[in-house]
Design a protein around this ligand. Structure first.
Ligand code: FES
Ligand code: FES
Length: 168
């Protein structure tokens, strides 16, 4: 069994107990994805699986056979940061940076959810093909990604700066 991680095909371990998070960090040495709670409560381990945001601590590596995984290491190319990474710098979207890879992967997945019309608890029109972008929607949709440094205002500013036009 194999999966693709940041464009590279890798073999999945035979041990079915290995989480995607531990596979990325301990087997592939991609330490950008962070382990916070290891029980689905903090969002630090968020990665993209076929473009959808997923908590890698609650996902088994064997569940990702033939899937396409993107981690924070896969977002920049040729030393050029993803626009959202750059925006986090410009808007003080982090302090210690521990939650940041998960925040950025989660925000990218969130944008696709809004484009597909996936409603949140705050969405008024459940039949809308595209969910309108506003700060309350972003706060609600990013509420699964905790920042112990309290950088949430900068995080929302960065997301708004990069994604407001793209979401509409
Ligand atoms: S480490 Fe996965 S949600 Fe906290
Ligand atoms: S920047 Fe430190 S936990 Fe978010």
């Amino acid at each position: 069994m194999t999966m693709t991680v940041n464009g590279n095909t890798v073999s999945i371990p035979n041990d079915p107990r290995v989480s995607l998070l531990d596979f990325l960090r301990e087997h592939l040495h991609l330490s950008g994805t962070k382990k916070g709670c290891n029980q689905g409560a903090c969002g630090a381990c968020t990665v993209l699986v076929d473009g959808q945001r997923v908590l890698s601590c609650l996902t088994l590596a064997v569940q990702c056979s033939e899937r396409d995984i993107t981690t924070i290491e896969g977002l920049s190319s040729d030393g050029v940061l993803h626009p959202l990474q750059q925006a986090f710098i410009e808007h003080d979207g982090f302090q210690c940076g521990y939650c940041t890879p998960g925040q950025i992967c989660s925000a990218i997945g969130m944008l696709e959810e809004m484009r597909r019309g996936v409603p949140s608890q705050l969405t008024g029109d459940l039949c809308a093909e595209v969910v309108a972008f506003d700060r309350d929607e972003v706060r609600e949709r990013m509420s699964g990604n905790l920042c112990r440094c309290g950088a949430h205002n900068g995080i929302v500013d960065a997301i708004e700066d990069v994604f407001r036009e793209a979401a509409e």
